[in-house]
Design a protein. Structure first.
Lengths: 266, 288, 356
């Protein structure tokens, strides 16, 4: 039985790659070819779809907007979470356990219930259709996650490090920035990875809070289906390109993932 | 670690508190506000008491969506958890294959959710999609835009494709944490493969499985984008889960009152189930 | 019960071996008779766990054979060899009671419940676990859990060899002694071959009838604790055993006689005259160095009072030495002379004892 064990992950991975392959397949075909002929690979290979996306600003702006607010959100979330996670790890204070739990409950709220209130709220403070609005709204889910992850890593660093620095005469912020943060770079990396991931894939709020100026690629893609007819080839190319940042990030952290598992730390 | 008592720690926590409260409290207040009132526009509100809550809790439409949601989440958990564990068990613990496996398996998790929906939308179409075309080629009449059963099948398959890897990765992490000595001792004791799973692997994966089940429950119960892009809730409203129904009401029909009431009810259901689950898990941990 | 023989055993964790370092074990030839208590002693990384795992069947050796009595068992699985192994940290089945833990190996082999119950009770009695028999195994202390591990090994009456891989590592110091005595007691009671792997010489020397010392994958010496102490066959053994260890200093081998610190020294072993070595050393234990009126000129550096005896640091032309003398001895000040008890003075060539 163990001889065929490798079959299981192999079949699973093939299953995972199929829809992605199909998307890539279609992205290199013209829409006419897609509708008229069914084939497993492009009969007339074309790069037109990709060309359109790279040259038409309505398209590539979608990507830029998305990347912009995702990076913003990641930076805000992790920067705010760092001191908070430190506090949760090292100190006892009034309401600390309740606060921690409250943070986690925000992760449990269905985003759908925030769609309308966020729409009205951000409109009322004139932040509708801005990148910062999306970045801030994603904080609701990403900050609790970042705090939870960072707290785990910070708690693994012995308090003796802090005390030694204090005895050596470091001011708190100098200690925190120069000594402490370098010890938890793995944790910061992981927190940033997850923030990036959740912000990049979340689209209900991103769509709700934007119209034109900060429109993420998701909204642009839905437009293709309704207005310009069924531009499947273009849609497929746009979709394929959204997979690229994710694949990139995963490629860079692949060693950490494997190492993390090897060390047995969840 | 011994924590020192220090109320000044609140300063550290302040940015987080402000950002999250800002995003949570304000909408929540708005929602609570709306749930008790009626408006005909122009920012004029009339107090309605618990009328919206009663209306929602008694509405067939809500019951329908809630029922569908529970069914969906139930099926998802039943498939994804055992499948995820099984795949994790079959993965090698060391060697070159490991990082390749992990990287490829993580890919579905990083695709924007609307792209997932769009991908499957096309993938499952009878004429131009690989899946749709293949199933029909086998002789089965399959069209998810018109048949409720096909729509459910496609939605579930899509979610399995999308999220099983999360269970796999978490289970795999739990498995890797088990020291070799346990397997060696089991070998010496003459334990069967099933015994090893039941008495060593499963207990030791307890924590990660709890996280995995909790996450999958929450996320599948709140699911919106993928099924919306795939089926739009149809055909008809056969795949209209709670979130889809709620957004239709709030942003589509602008029925603010009922939508707000439904939001609160929705949130409390999730909170309740999570709380129950969390307590069960804590009690189980205390016992051991 | 079995006689264990290892023939020409070598093992490497790498696919290809280019030099000595690539081998975890090199050319081990060993024979252990029935029912003895043996220790495998050596520092971390010397290959003792590898050797243990080859004997128990958890590892297949790259080269060589393992025999139980006359039967070749190199390719048999652990279950087929009827061995028991206790690991560094307690390995128990958390979800089961102590009773079920002990019964587990028997249940897997299909024994009847009555037989199982009787046997488990017997073993629990032996290990003082009867009180906690129906508690959850995960609730016991570390030493209790190790006893459960041990119990799972003993519960099978046909077990041939019981192997211990540094089992006291996680036990509290004051409980270590109790557990050690228990092990010795058990060995006398059930009379099965026991192999105890450790890096702690006290554990090894008190538990075992015969100790095997390993160093860098090789078997360096096998003998009783006394033999190892009095006649180390390798400088490593001299070093490792005894506290403080043997004094090992360079010397010269001229015409079959040892020359140290400018003088000829009487040695116990007779070197083979035509053999040459890249390194020759002389070894003498501190216990066998004493003050005298003539001999090697030394300067007394420091006297350490160790309660029962004194440890004295001395220096001569050949290097620094330690010696042990009784509390009553007067220590000469300034220059003094020491002599080596020739019966326990040896010459080592390239770390191995020279000649016979």
């Amino acid at each position: 039985m163990s001889k065929y064990k490798w079959l299981v992950p192999t079949i699973y991975i093939i299953f995972l790659m199929l829809p992605i392959y199909w998307l890539l397949n279609m992205s290199f075909k013209t829409t006419t070819e897609i509708i008229n002929t069914y084939s497993l690979w492009p009969q007339q290979f074309t790069l037109d779809n990709y060309k359109k996306i790279f040259t038409d600003s309505t398209w590539y702006n979608g990507y830029l907007n998305s990347i912009y607010y995702v990076v913003m959100n990641t930076l805000i979330s992790v920067s705010a979470a760092l001191p908070a996670a430190y506090a949760f790890s090292r100190y006892k204070f009034l309401g600390d356990k309740h606060l921690f739990f409250w943070l986690l409950t925000n992760r449990m709220a269905p985003p759908a219930i925030f769609a309308l209130p966020f729409f009205q709220f951000y409109s009322s403070i004139n932040l509708f259709d801005t990148h910062i609005a999306v970045a801030l709204s994603h904080c609701l889910f990403n900050i609790p996650l970042a705090v939870w992850i960072l707290e785990g890593f910070i708690s693994a660093v012995p308090k003796e490090l802090d005390e030694t620095a204090y005895v050596d005469g470091y001011s708190f912020w100098r200690f925190f920035l120069k000594i402490f943060i370098p010890t938890i770079t793995a944790g910061i990396g992981i927190a940033m990875f997850f923030c990036f991931m959740f912000s990049w894939v979340e689209l209900l709020l991103a769509k709700t809070l934007t119209a034109v100026a900060a429109k993420p690629i998701a909204a642009t893609m839905t437009r293709t289906v309704s207005t310009s007819g069924y531009e499947l080839g273009l849609l497929a190319a746009a979709g394929s390109l959204t997979i690229v940042p994710g694949a990139f990030v995963i490629y860079f952290v692949r060693n950490y993932i494997a190492k993390g598992f090897a060390l047995g730390r969840v | 670690m011994r924590k020192t008592v220090n109320q000044k720690a609140w300063f550290f926590v302040l940015p987080v508190f402000v950002l999250v409260a800002f995003n949570a409290a304000i909408p929540l207040m708005t929602v609570i506000n709306y749930s008790f009132q009626e408006t005909f526009g122009d920012n004029v509100f009339f107090w309605e008491g618990t009328r919206w809550f009663k209306q929602i809790l008694q509405s067939d439409r809500f019951h329908g969506a809630l029922g569908r949601q529970f069914l969906f989440t139930f099926i998802i958990l039943i498939i994804q958890v055992p499948l995820g564990i099984a795949i994790a068990l079959s993965m090698p613990k060391k060697g070159m294959g490991v990082s390749v496996c992990l990287v490829l398996m993580s890919m579905p998790l990083l695709i924007p959710w609307n792209v997932v929906g769009a991908m499957w939308n096309i993938f499952a179409l009878p004429e131009i999609g690989f899946l749709g075309h293949s199933i029909n080629a086998l002789g089965i009449d399959y069209n998810y835009t018109q048949q409720p059963l096909a729509a459910w099948f496609t939605t579930i398959l899509m979610d399995v494709w999308h999220w099983t890897s999360l269970v796999v990765l978490l289970s795999y992490a739990g498995l890797c944490a088990i020291p070799d000595a346990y397997y060696q001792a089991a070998k010496i004791d003459g334990a069967s493969r099933w015994s090893i799973f039941r008495h060593i692997e499963l207990p030791k994966m307890n924590k990660v499985l709890t996280i995995a089940i909790l996450l999958r429950f929450m996320d599948s119960f709140m699911i919106y984008t993928e099924p919306f892009v795939l089926t739009g809730g149809g055909p008809g409203n056969t795949t209209a889960f709670l979130s889809i129904d709620l957004v239709k009401m709030a942003l589509g029909q602008f029925d603010l009152g009922p939508a707000a009431a439904m939001s609160l009810i929705y949130f409390f259901i999730v909170l309740l189930i999570c709380w129950v689950f969390y307590n069960l898990m804590m009690r189980h941990e205390e016992q051991s | 019960m079995s006689k264990i023989s290892l023939n020409n055993l070598s093992h490497s964790y790498l696919d290809q071996q280019n030099n000595d370092q690539d081998w975890a074990l090199r050319d081990i030839d060993l024979e252990w008779s029935n029912g003895g208590a043996y220790a495998l002693l050596g520092p971390s990384g010397c290959g003792k766990t590898t050797l243990l795992n080859i004997i128990s069947g958890l590892l297949r050796p790259t080269k060589g054979e393992v025999f139980f009595d006359e039967k070749k068992i190199t390719h048999l699985s652990p279950v087929e060899r009827n061995i028991a192994q206790i690991f560094q940290f307690p390995v128990i089945y958390d979800t089961m009671t102590v009773f079920d833990n002990l019964a587990f190996p028997l249940r897997n082999r299909g024994f009847s419940e009555d037989k199982i119950k009787a046997r488990v009770k017997e073993i629990a009695e032996m290990l003082d676990l009867s009180q906690t028999l129906y508690n959850r195994a995960s609730g016991l202390t570390a030493d209790g859990k190790q006893k459960i591990s041990l119990g799972r090994g003993l519960v099978r009456s046909d077990v041939n060899v019981i192997m211990f891989d540094e089992p006291l590592t996680v036990i509290d110091p004051h409980l270590k002694w109790i557990l050690k005595s228990k092990l010795k007691e058990l060995h006398q009671e059930i009379n099965r071959t026991m192999i105890y792997v450790t890096h702690d010489q006290t554990e090894a020397l008190t538990f075992a009838d015969q100790v095997v010392v390993m160093h860098e994958g090789q078997l360096v010496q096998k003998g009783t604790p006394v033999e190892l102490f009095e006649k180390p066959k390798h400088t490593f053994v001299g070093h490792f055993i005894g506290s403080p260890g043997m004094n090992i200093l360079s010397c010269e081998l001229i015409n079959g006689k040892a020359n140290f610190s400018g003088a000829a020294i009487e040695i116990e072993n007779k070197p083979i005259s035509h053999k040459t070595y890249s390194k020759t050393q002389i070894g003498i234990r501190p216990e066998f160095v004493s003050f005298s009126n003539t001999g090697i000129a030394v300067k007394v550096l420091k006297v350490n009072d160790a309660g029962r005896h004194k440890i004295i640091d001395i220096e001569c032309d050949g290097g620094k030495l330690k010696m042990i003398s009784s509390v009553a001895t007067t220590i000469p000040s300034g220059t003094a002379y020491v002599k080596f008890n020739s019966k326990y003075t040896y010459v080592y060539g390239d770390d191995w004892i020279v000649g016979k």
